[in-house]
Every structure is written in structure tokens, then in C-alpha cells.
Write a protein that binds this ligand. Sequence first.
Ligand SMILES: [Fe+2]
Length: 275
Amino acid sequence: MTQIKTQLDVDAEGVLTFLQITDTHLFAKPDGELLGVNTRDSFLAVMAKVLEQAHPIQGVLATGDISQDHTPESYSLFAQHINQLGQPCFWLPGNHDFQPAMLTEFASAGISGAKQLVSEYWQVILLDTQVLGVPHGRLSEEQLGQLQSALDEYPDKHALVLLHHHVQPAGCKWLDQHGLKNADELFVLLKQYPQVKALLCGHIHQQLDQQFEQLRLLATPSTCIQFKPHCDDFTLDELGPGWRYLALLPNGEIDTKVYRLADGSFAGDAKATGY
Ligand SMILES: [Fe+2]
């Protein structure tokens, strides 16, 4: 199966700019809560701030765990608010998602199913790491094959690869067992493609920016609960919900910044021991 591909224009400086929104964990019910946080309220508070910022973007990247209850309503709620930004949204699934509802609702809201975004200097490839019923991730042979053909197709373009799961330990023992299980296979493949500059994920509900060999590894806060970095056991953080902007520059560099709502807002139940 070949990837659905789309073309994206760059801005006047040749830059391709995105907003990343991740791990919204939405419910159909307006009062749906995850560890004491109303995930609809926190998502809407983030979207209000994003609209206020009016940062110029050419697309939105949604990196999974959009729904917590698998309902069509949770996906259509997401689509309805993302569509207010007036830019195309592209998505991949997380461990919590229910792809049949996600596909249907997003398609009917006009959200693209494209997994290969091609522009003048860059391509962005969105991968599916979901393993049904478990929190960890894995890239199937098919996904690895699709990644390889996308990279073979445009050897002269820089590449950004998106996936839900983290590929290197984030430093939280409880969370690191739920990472991408076959990251080694991914790294072996990527070694042959120096044009891949960065991997961008969600899943860990915290901000990360680290270098691993040729790759910049980026992770972005959730729009709801935050996991505290460097904790062996499950611990919530008091940092506010977050989102990220990325500017892909013609020379292969990435300018990126994470924004958050105020610390302590939507902080959740400090006594929670898991989710
Ligand atoms: Fe999540």
C-alpha cells in the first residue's frame, strides 16, 4: 500500500511552519475527566490561546491519543476546533486511539488522511506505531517499508518523521517500558538516510529536545495532564498543558518552541498512581 501524499506550500522565506497538538485524551461527555482534569476544558483553553497567538502556520500536526473513550464524538470535537484554525491538519494514531472512529470522523470533517507531506525543501512522514490493546508501540514491516520508500523518493529533501511513541528512554522508568519496542530497527534504517533531521512524538506528556546521533528527538506536552520528568514511578507534574510550533528551514534546521498554559492550571490529582 502506498502512502497518501500531499503537497504543502512554503512561506515567502521558504519556511514550512506547523503547530503540533498532542495527547488531547478527549471524551464524548462534556464532564469527562482524566485524573481530575477535564480534558475538553484544557484542550479548549489551549486552542483559545493558539487562536489568540495567531502564529502563522501552514498546517497542524496531531500526534495521537486524541480520544480517551474511543467515541466518534471525541474525534469530531477535536476536528471542529482544529478546523477553526483554517489550516490543514494531519494526524497519526496513539495507543489510546480507536482508528475506525478516528478515520471516519476526521474524513467527514475534511481532515486529510495524508501521511507524506511534501514541500520544497522538506518532507514530513507520519507513522503508525499503535499496537492494539497495549500502551507500547511498534513499527510494522509495512510502516518501516513506507518510511523507506518515502525517503528513497526524495533523497534531496530534509525529512521530519512523526510517531506517537518515544524512541529513546525519556528518563521515567514507568513510562520508558511503554516506548517504541523496535526502535533499533528504525535506527538501522535511518542511518542510511542522513536527510532525516528529527523525530517528533507525543505520548510522554512532557517536553523533550535531545540529540541522538544525527537525529534531534523532540517530544511535546499534552494538552491535558503532564507527566513529571525523571520519576521512576508514575507522577503528575504541575506544569500547564502545552503545544509546540515548528519552523522547518530551507537549510535543514528546525526552529521550534513549546508554549504552555500557566503552571498549576489543569494540574490533576497529585495522588494518582497511574492512568
Ligand atoms: Fe497520551
